[in-house]
Structures are given as structure tokens and as C-alpha cells.
Ligand binder design. Structure first.
Ligand code: ZN
Length: 310
């Protein structure tokens, strides 16, 4: 259907340091760092991308590590948890793998077993046992039988979920069920990263975004034509999405959702192989062209990361 999205594209968080952030997503969760670049607006801050082999839409966690940033406060108006899909039988192995890093809680939500934990900046993470997820995991560190398939989804914390249910319905999601404070929305035409859970609680304090906070969530569309249709559909009901912005690896529009969460709609084109071969993804510091002249200074300022050539 036109004017709708295909699940999530990426999730972007704020971190307090590149080394710990990189270590958690690549070594603990076993994702591949598919791009090492810098923030368009603050080029002395990395923009790191972690995902599957090619950084396919629906697998990509990205971070802005602002060195020494204070911890944010979780609350209403943000994506308070990002969940990753892993094979249903692998949760005990994951529990064993991740427990040394901090507390891991076993939970059940909508009939699915999950592990809830925090990343190095306190970010809310879950690993959800999903049956039959056909996506191929990156197996650099973690084997096929455990490997992260990509996102399952995100959980938005909201004081009032109603307007967000309406918005997601417009974007191509159906309400799948309600359980306690949670409303589960699922993309009709999803890429695997299909779930948006809404936790509604009118007593929640508002989030204060800083380290450990999700800055925005991005939904996926194949190309700019599909993005233009989504943009038109959003504008027709009163949202004010930005024009399409070239983010080097995708084109992006942004708008504020009614519950306060910043939404983006990003294209699958051109992808992370735009400026690096598939086998070399993430291994070179890539700079947006307006910042290319800063390379020498940035190499001195940015924290060294393993596997990055200078
Ligand atoms: Zn984004």
C-alpha cells in the first residue's frame, strides 16, 4: 500500500563514549560495525552504525558518542527500549553471555520470552526469542545459532498512546494486542523489525535526553518515491515533515510524533556500500564531504577504535 513504511530502518542513541558503546554492540551483541563516520552537525563526534553484514534496514543501531555526556533520564516521549530478535532457543545462552556485564531480567511480553538489560550508558535493551525469523545474522563474534537477526522493535513510553496508535496505523501498522500497559503495533508489510510497543502511563515523568537515550527512531521505505508518498500522507493529516535530507547512506525526513518521540523515515537507498566495499564496511573513517577537510584534526580528536584504519 502506498504511503506506508516497512518496519524500522534504524534506531539512533546518544552514548557517553565511543569505545564502550562500540564494544557492547560489536563484542557483546555481536553486530557488525558497518560504518564509522561523524555527526553531520558536530563532526568531532562519531556516528557509529552497527547492524547485519550490510547494515540492512531493520538491523541498524546507530550512536552519537558525546564523550563524557551525563546520563539521561528515561521517561515519557522517547523510545525507552530497543529490542533485538534472537532465535527462540538461544535465550539461556544469551543470559549466560550477558550476565557478567550487568543484571539481566527474564520477562514475557505478548507470549514471547525476552531478556531485558541495560547497555553501557543505561540504554534499555531487550533480546526477544523469535520463532522463524528468516533474517541472516552477522556471525563475526556470535554464532548462527544465537546471532541477532536484527531489531524486533522498540518500546515507546507515552503518557497518552491514542494519537500514536492513529499515526502508526496511518503509517502501515495494525494493533495486534493489548497486555497490561502495553499496546503492540505491528507493521503490515514489515522487514522483520516490525514491532512498536507503546507503554502508556499517564504518571510518567518526561524523558531527559542524554547518554543512554534514544535520540530518534527511523522507519524504512525502499526509495525516495515511496518516501515522498509517506511525506504527503503525513502532511495531509497535519504533520510537518522536513524535506528529504541526504544522509550519505540514506535519504531522511524527520517529524515529531504526537507523544514526543522524534520519528524519521529513511530510504534503503543507497546503503552502506555506497563508499566502501561490503567486505570492508566500517573499517575506514568516512567523513561527509563538507567535513573532509577536517580529517587530520578529527583523527586527533576522536577516540581510537579498534579495526579503524587511519
Ligand atoms: Zn536517523
Amino acid at each position: 500500500m502506498s504511503g506506508t513504511v516497512n518496519g524500522l530502518h534504524h534506531v539512533t542513541m546518544i552514548a557517553s563514549g565511543a569505545v564502550a558503546n562500540n564494544a557492547f554492540y560489536t563484542e557483546a551483541l555481536g553486530l557488525r560495525r558497518v560504518k564509522t563516520t561523524v555527526n553531520f552537525d558536530a563532526p568531532d563526534v562519531y556516528h557509529l552504525y552497527f547492524g547485519d553484514e550490510l547494515g540492512r534496514a531493520g538491523t541498524v543501531m546507530t550512536s552519537f558518542p558525546f564523550k563524557g555526556a551525563a546520563r539521561g533520564r528515561r521517561g515519557a516521549g522517547e523510545a525507552a527500549e530497543t529490542s533485538f530478535a534472537v532465535p527462540a532457543g538461544s535465550l539461556s545462552a544469551w543470559e549466560e553471555r550477558l550476565s557478567p556485564l550487568g543484571p539481566v531480567r527474564r520477562e514475557t511480553r505478548f507470549g514471547q520470552e525476552r531478556l531485558a538489560l541495560e547497555g553501557p550508558d543505561g540504554e534499555g535493551i531487550a533480546l526477544v526469542g523469535v520463532e522463524g525469523d528468516a533474517r541472516t545474522p552477522w556471525t563475526g563474534v556470535v554464532g548462527e545459532e544465537m546471532g541477532v537477526r536484527g531489531f524486533q522493535g522498540v518500546t515507546l513510553w507515552l503518557r497518552d498512546a491514542g494519537p500514536t496508535v492513529e499515526l502508526l496505523t496511518l503509517m502501515g501498522y495494525d494493533e495486534e494486542g493489548r497486555e497490561g500497559a502495553f499496546i503492540r503495533m505491528r507493521a503490515r508489510n514489515g522487514n522483520g523489525a516490525d514491532v512498536v510497543d507503546l507503554r502508556e502511563d499517564r504518571s510518567l515523568p518526561f524523558a531527559q535526553q542524554s547518554a543512554g537515550s534514544v535520540h530518534h527512531i527511523a522507519f524504512s521505505v525502499p526509495d525516495r518515491a515511496a518516501q515522498a508518498e509517506v511525506r504527503r500522507a503525513l502532511s495531509e493529516v497535519g504533520f510537518q515533515p522536513t524535506p528529504s535530507i541526504d544522509r550519505d547512506y540514506f535519504y531522511a525526513i524527520y517529524f515529531r510524533s504526537p507523544g514526543g518521540v522524534l520519528f524519521e523515515v529513511a530510504t534503503e537507498e543507497p546503503g552502506f556500500t555506497r563508499d566502501e566495499a561490503a567486505e570492508a564496511l566500517g573499517t575506514a573513517l568516512k567523513l561527509p564531504k563538507q567535513h573532509a577537510h577536517l580529517r587530520d584534526a578529527l583523527k586527533r580528536q576522536l577516540e581510537p577504535l579498534d579495526g579503524v584504519q587511519s
